[in-house]
Design a protein around this ligand. Structure first.
Ligand code: ATP
Length: 293
């Protein structure tokens, strides 16, 4: 049996950073996470005869793979004993770019394993996702969510209005951990009370549909800019190409231009055409509508 899944990228329409939790040292956050139509493609099929264990094929990504970690975690938790599988991941989402590529692959690998085995209820999928990484729970069911805690508390939000996304990938990879360390060094985290007020404001605004422009902010942006100052030029290029909002995606270094409104998709495409000479080449995406439960 061969199964396929898309693994949409995510962007953080807002990311408010809070203090670290005493329990596990991870930062609390309040973030509206939106999946994009830009997506990796995963295929799960029986591995060729003679393979002793699951195989992960993921051109462009070296080292341990989050998709493989997800399969292993699923097998361990459910006792799924199917013969070795081959998981092939075709990357379309920029790597180490702040677009949740690896996390999205992990979530998609969990969905594939659940489909292939017939095992894995909602609660178990969420628990496995939480163990795989802070950005994984929000991506088990792609769409738009409000993520809180360290990302493990996920609340479904209604689809927002239409908009287009111009993606300007960075010229280097940026480690999420390094960006968080720099955020700590700069003292960017808000205190508990401030974060709680932000939570209430974002929840109210997002549950009604679109966030007002002034709420589209990423607290990690100054940290990403300090480590990769060239992002500033990419943000300026997005603005100059007509973006209504330019912001860093997650922990960067990808710069995003958001083009709001029903003509947003078309304006984002025109902007990408105008910036076609850039390397890495600009990409265009749209919000991925909420997947059915
Ligand atoms: P996030 O936003 O989830 O914190 P990111 O989007 O900044 O992460 P990823 O593309 O997930 O970054 O890559 C981070 C690192 O994870 C890479 O340097 C890579 O070595 C590793 N990795 C493991 N599995 C994958 C995968 N399937 N796709 C991409 N990177 C992977």
């Amino acid at each position: 049996m061969t199964l396929t899944e898309r693994a949409p990228a995510k962007i953080n329409l807002c990311l408010h950073l809070g203090p670290t939790r005493p329990s596990d040292g991870r930062h609390e956050l309040v973030s509206v996470m939106q999946s994009l139509t830009l997506a990796d493609e995963l295929t799960l099929e029986p591995a060729p005869e003679g393979a002793g264990e699951d195989r992960i094929v993921c051109p462009g990504v070296e080292g341990p793979n989050l998709g493989g970690a997800a399969l292993a975690a699923f097998r361990a938790a459910t006792g799924w004993e199917a013969p070795p599988q081959r998981l092939t991941i075709v990357k379309r989402v920029p790597v180490a770019a702040g677009m949740g590529g690896g996390s999205g692959d992990a979530a998609a690998a969990l969905r594939l394993a659940a489909r292939a085995s017939g095992l894995g209820g909602h609660a178990l999928m969420h628990e496995l996702a939480t163990g795989l990484g802070a950005d994984v729970p929000a991506q088990v069911r792609p769409g738009r969510v409000l993520a809180t805690g360290a990302g493990e508390r996920v609340e479904r939000l209604p689809d927002g209005g239409s908009f287009g996304v111009l993606v300007l990938p960075g010229t280097r990879e940026l480690s999420t951990a390094a960006v968080y360390r720099e955020a700590d060094r700069q003292g960017l985290a808000r205190d508990e009370g401030h974060l709680r007020r932000r939570h209430a404001e974002v929840q109210e605004a997002a549950s009604g549909g679109d966030l007002p422009l002034e709420m589209l902010v990423n607290d990690l942006q100054p940290a990403a800019l300090a480590l990769a100052p060239e992002i500033d030029e990419a943000l300026a290029a997005a603005r100059a190409a007509g973006a209504d909002v330019a912001l860093v995606s997650g922990s960067g270094p990808t710069a995003l231009g958001l083009f709001l409104g029903s003509d947003g998709a078309q304006r984002a495409r025109l902007a990408a055409d105008a910036l076609a000479g850039r390397r890495p080449a600009p990409l265009v995406a749209a919000p991925e509508p909420n997947w059915p439960a």
